[in-house]
Structure formats: structure tokens, C-alpha cells
Design a protein around this ligand. Structure first.
Ligand code: ZN
Ligand code: ZN
Length: 148
């Protein structure tokens, strides 16, 4: 544990709680910048750096799932306690995502843990791609229509 002055500590805790709440309000994956944007719009004064740090802390504590978008930016999604441990397949273009059946992976991880003698083993699994909807729009060369 690092020793931090109580005042700084309290403020950090409060801001992190605000970031966690904001993330929980999003059903989709969001970037730190997007989250910072929506927090600013709703009147929450918090720095972008704080949002980044808070999201990292949430990731490390297992409260957030993380994937990377098309340009490698980290996208976060709140891991609801009732949802449990889950992995997703995410579209890098439209950010549509669906939970994956990863029983085979979880069994393999458990076997590795058993045979390795390691404790507190954690894993992350990122699967990203371009979804059928996005691919169709692209492959058929459909003109982009704007609603007027
Ligand atoms: Zn897509
Ligand atoms: Zn897993």
C-alpha cells in the first residue's frame, strides 16, 4: 500500500466512483475519451487522466472488460456482478458485441493453473473482428445513404 494524504485519497475515491457509475450507465463498450465526454456533458468535473486511471483500476480489479477497437484504442465495459466472468466478440467498426461460449477456454485455463502451481492466475481474452452487418455494407459496395 502506498501512503497518500487523506484529502487526495478521498477525492480520488470519489472520482473513481463517479467514473465507475458512468461506465455502468453505458451498455456498450466506450473509450476513456467518450466516457470523459459524457461525464462532462452531465456536469461531472473530472480530468481525462483521472478517467484513464480509474478505468485502468476497474480493469485491474476485474470490474471492467476491455477490448481494443480498430485503431488499437482500449474500450471498456462495466462487468455487472450478476453477469459473472464472460468474454466477448466485438465488432471493431460498429462496436456491436456478443458474449462468447468460452467453456473450453475456461477448462484449459483451470488445467494450466492446476499443473503450474501458480496462484491468483488471471486471464484476458480479446476477440475482435468486423461483424456481418458491417461486412455486408462493405462487400456489396452499397452507397452510403443519408436520411433527409
Ligand atoms: Zn459491425
Ligand atoms: Zn475467461
Amino acid at each position: 500500500m502506498t501512503v497518500t494524504p487523506p484529502e487526495t485519497n478521498r477525492r480520488t475515491t470519489r472520482q473513481r466512483a463517479a467514473v465507475e457509475q458512468a461506465l455502468a450507465d453505458h451498455a456498450e463498450f466506450v473509450s476513456a475519451q467518450q466516457l470523459h465526454g459524457t461525464m462532462s456533458e452531465s456536469g461531472v468535473r473530472v480530468g481525462l487522466t483521472t478517467v484513464y486511471r480509474a478505468l485502468q483500476a476497474l480493469e485491474q480489479s476485474g470490474a471492467a472488460d476491455v477490448v481494443r477497437d480498430e485503431v488499437g484504442e482500449r474500450l471498456y465495459r462495466y462487468r455487472r456482478p450478476e453477469a459473472g466472468h464472460c468474454h466477448y466478440l466485438l465488432c471493431r467498426r460498429c462496436r456491436r458485441h456478443e458474449p462468447l461460449d468460452t467453456d473450453a477456454v475456461e477448462e484449459w485455463v483451470a488445467a494450466v493453473v492446476r499443473s503450474s502451481g501458480f496462484a491468483d492466475v488471471e486471464h484476458t481474452l480479446e476477440l475482435t473482428g468486423i461483424c456481418a452487418g458491417c461486412r455486408n455494407g462493405e462487400d456489396h459496395g452499397l452507397p452510403v445513404r443519408t436520411m433527409s
